[in-house]
Design a protein around this ligand. Structure first.
Ligand code: GLA
Length: 383
């Protein structure tokens, strides 16, 4: 028997607690195949949605009642009436934030109740926070019968991270959660926000490898990297590193050694991401895998965002049957890596990586073999 999905659980919970749901909304987590730490430099990213969702079942409540949520994992919360009243450390900050920002923009459908469930592992770097933001935004926009494009929704959700949670993250996570296409990764130009779908090469699957080590994105490391990129672009006289070429690095004086390495990563990663999209359209998993390996090396050596467990699991993966390439994915330091694997060797790959990672690191890896899933969706129940 298959396990009930997050959407089924949210709907069931809602019926028991508050009655029939009027809106069912879901948004997926993501894994980035390549294009890391490029989104906030106006660059290119190539993520895909995962078959793991955060789901919300919701119904309107009578005027004058509270807007309340119940989460399967965290319990009950009443939403704050304005963004200024949101506590950035509260577990429901993403819902509070989306609700508050939309209200400040005049989108206020009145009180509602919602039940939430998720299948996205929290804290693993698979964008559980972007998924809840996007699902919450779709729910409220659905009640208000207001249409927004996926890019507009993603921008609103990013403001929750930037302005309320205090993480200066880019737009990749929310964009892919809002606009993914099943069976495809999406090349996103983070300057124009144009997207283009690329299918996975035939006979290959994506393996997500959770090192089971954790680190918070709120860490100052992320902001440090972002600030170094801004300094590097300014020293080159450019608006952003998107516009830099390798020759421009010569213009950085010797005291800017760190900025030079960070910029070197961003410039080469943008090119690797475009090359990876080309490899996908050529149906060439070998080249795609090599680009993933080089991306990891650049993130480790130039950008300084790998970590011991991520280095170990990617090395083990590269040595395992059927692996085309492997790299860390997301912000880095801990959490998940991603590998491209030959489909008919995937089971052997998984068992081999699990065993060797256990023996070498004394930790249990969580490995999921995934096909790219669809982006956020919303259904309304018939009256
Ligand atoms: C985190 C951020 C993204 C992106 C990645 C690194 O996931 O949320 O915006 O910057 O790190 O590529």
């Amino acid at each position: 028997m298959t396990e009930p999905s997050a959407l089924d659980r949210a709907r069931g919970q809602h019926e028991r607690r508050w009655g029939r749901a009027e809106i069912l909304s879901r948004a997926p987590g993501r894994v980035n195949l390549i294009g890391e730490h490029t989104d906030y430099n106006d660059g290119f990213v190539l993520p895909m949605a995962l078959p793991f969702d955060t789901a919300i079942a919701a119904s309107r409540a009578p005027d004058g009642s509270k807007t309340e949520i119940f989460s399967e994992g965290f319990g009950h919360a009443v939403l704050a009436p304005a963004p200024a009243e949101v506590d950035p450390r509260h577990w429901a900050v993403y819902l509070h934030g989306v609700h508050g920002l939309l209200k400040a923009e005049g989108v206020d459908p009145g009180p509602w109740k919602a039940s939430i469930a998720t299948d996205i592992p929290a804290g693993a770097g698979l964008s559980s926070s972007a998924a809840i933001e996007v699902a919450a935004a779709s729910t409220i926009l659905g009640f208000a019968q207001t249409m927004r494009s996926p890019a507009e929704t993603a921008r609103l959700c990013q403001r929750v991270d930037n302005e309320i949670v205090g993480v200066p993250s880019g737009l990749m996570d929310q964009m892919i959660s809002a606009s993914a296409i099943a069976g495809h990764a999406l090349l996103i130009d983070c300057r124009s926000l144009q997207t283009r779908p690329y299918p996975l090469p035939e006979e290959s699957v994506v393996a997500i490898m959770d090192t089971n080590t954790r680190r918070q994105l709120v860490d100052s490391e992320y902001s440090d990297r972002r600030a170094a990129c801004v300094r590097a672009a300014a020293a080159m006289g450019l608006e952003s590193l998107r516009d830099a070429r390798l020759e421009d690095l010569e213009r950085l004086t010797p005291e800017l050694g760190i900025e030079r390495r960070r910029a070197h990563h961003v410039i080469t990663e943008n090119q690797r991401t475009l090359d990876a999209a080309q490899a996908m359209s050529d149906g060439d998993p070998g080249t795609l895998g090599e680009l993933m390996n080089s991306s990891h090396q650049s993130l480790r050596d130039d950008y300084g965002v790998s970590g011991p467990a991520l280095d170990q699991i990617t090395e083990i993966a590269r040595d395992s049957p059927g692996c085309f390439g492997a790299r860390l994915t997301g912000g880095g330091f801990a959490g998940c890596a991603v590998a491209l694997v030959q489909a008919d060797k995937a089971a052997e790959f998984r068992a081999g990586v699990e065993e060797r990672y256990r023996n070498q690191c004394g930790l249990e890896a969580g490995i999921w073999l995934c096909e790219p899933a669809a982006g956020a969706s919303l259904t309304t129940a018939d009256a």
